[in-house]
Design a protein around this ligand. Structure first.
Ligand code: ATP
Ligand code: MG
Length: 424
């Protein structure tokens, strides 16, 4: 017999027992974003490879070794999106969303990176991201950070740490970069292979290395702050002050750099210690250079993306039952006449009880088997209908979560009684 086909390594199914928590997460985030006036944008999952090369940058982990790139039947090079910012900027430019206007956008969906799969790191993973355009001041940086903080509160997530840094302007970063490269070259013998490779193309990213052997040397490396101009400093100060006044604690982390080339000024990450090495659940910052880099007129931009698999993992760790859902009512239906009646009664009950979960037993089977299903559904009550009840014009209401006795109802009292019971 042929071997069963399995999912691609690093790509996972969200099973029915987990999807309620995913929905809860997605709906909570969408609710918070709506409350700040952000609008959803949906982009294709495939884009031209060139888009990511030009935006993320050739000398990044993503473009160098993580993209799912292939030729389609026309010989065009396409890539499954590894992140959402590039596609969002492309869509905004292409649809004229950036001309003399501001935009507050969000998106969600799967992203694809060919990384080594491990806990919190997958080849298909999901993000909800925010991108804002047309606002140059630090107010919008502060707003997007406040949004993330409110999202954690809405989810009941505590213990996340906000880390904040500034990468300055492109010019400030260039002088800092020279100083950093000099320092790193002086410690060349301590650099690992990855870092040596990055020294020419993406030296800031070396600061982000997780290699413990380089920790001490990197801790002593020069920081950006000496190269920061007044405007950049005022920009950062505004954000810090706003967060403080709004009661959002943060730590300034001069080592925080983002892996992507297009960031400028503000960068931030939310980190948890609950997930081991994969502790960053949300990352973002300002990327004023990107629109121009993609061929448009310069447009200031700020955004972030959160990793949903990591958030789901934290939510589950805090509360293993988080997101669990159960039925309210289960209809046990014995015999063909009852099956026919039951489906119609189910409709009447759902009309009277919007939002409640009412499950009609389908597929037949004995009383015992049906009650087993009813019990597994988590329903508080079962309604039992068989030939005898049909003939008598009655139905049996049986509490499933208490010792209370079952009782017989007249058929025309069923809906009112169930409404009363479930509202209690
Ligand atoms: P890391 O340093 O963990 O590789 P990154 O800098 O590559 O993260 P971003 O591109 O900033 O990540 O993506 C934003 C968020 O998306 C991350 O903070 C993380 O929560 C999530 N994320 C990124 N890559 C993965 C992945 N392979 N699997 C699961 N989640 C991911
Ligand atoms: Mg990465």
């Amino acid at each position: 017999m042929a071997k069963n086909i399995q999912a691609i390594r690093g790509m996972h199914d969200v099973l029915p027992q987990h999807s309620p928590l995913w929905q809860h997460l997605e709906q909570s985030v969408a609710g918070v974003l709506a409350s700040y006036g952000y609008r959803e944008i949906r982009m294709p999952i495939l884009e031209q490879t060139e888009l990511f090369k030009r935006s993320i940058g050739e000398v990044t982990d993503i473009v160098e070794k993580e993209m799912y790139t292939f030729e389609d039947r026309n010989g065009d090079s396409l890539t499954l999106r590894p992140e959402g910012t590039a596609g969002c900027v492309r869509a905004a430019m292409e649809n004229g969303l950036l001309h003399n206007q501001t935009q507050r956008l969000w998106y969600q969906g799967p992203m694809f990176r060919h990384e080594r799969p491990q806990k919190g790191r997958y080849r298909q993973f999901h993000q909800i991201g925010v991108e804002t355009f047309g606002m140059a001041g630090p107010d919008i940086d502060a707003e997007v950070i406040l949004i993330t903080s409110r999202i954690w509160r809405a989810l009941g997530l505590d213990g996340l740490e906000l880390q904040l840094n500034t990468l300055g302007t492109a010019e400030e970063r260039a002088t800092y970069r020279d100083e950093l490269v000099n320092y790193l070259q002086a410690h060349h013998d301590l650099l690992d292979d990855d870092s040596r490779r990055r020294l020419a193309g993406n030296p800031l990213r070396i600061l982000d290395s997780k290699n413990p052997a380089m920790r001490e040397m990197l801790d002593a490396a020069p920081t950006m702050s000496a190269h920061m101009g007044d405007v950049s400093r005022a920009h950062l100060d505004f954000i810090c002050e706003t967060l403080t006044r709004a009661g959002v604690p943060f730590v300034l982390n001069p080592r925080l750099v983002r892996g992507l080339d297009y960031y400028s000024r503000t960068v931030f990450e939310w980190v948890t210690d609950r997930l081991g090495a994969q502790g960053t659940v949300c990352a973002g910052g300002r990327y004023d250079g990107l629109v121009e880099q993609l061929g448009g007129k310069p447009v200031p931009a700020v955004g972030f993306a959160m990793g949903l698999e990591r958030l789901v993992a934290v939510l589950e760790e805090i509360d293993p039952d988080a997101g669990a859902v159960s039925a309210d009512l289960y209809l046990v239906l014995m015999g063909t006449a009852a099956e026919r009646e039951g489906l119609v009664l189910g409709e009447a009950l759902r009309n009277a009880l919007p939002g409640r979960e009412i499950v009609c037993h389908c597929g037949g089977g004995g009383m015992k088997a049906q009650f087993k299903r009813a019990d597994r559904s988590g329903a508080r009550y079962a309604l039992v209908l068989g030939d005898a009840e049909i003939e008598a014009g009655t139905i049996v209401l049986k509490p499933l979560r208490s010792d209370e006795e079952q009782f017989v109802l007249a058929r025309d009292a069923v809906v009112a009684t169930v409404v009363e019971r479930l509202s209690a």
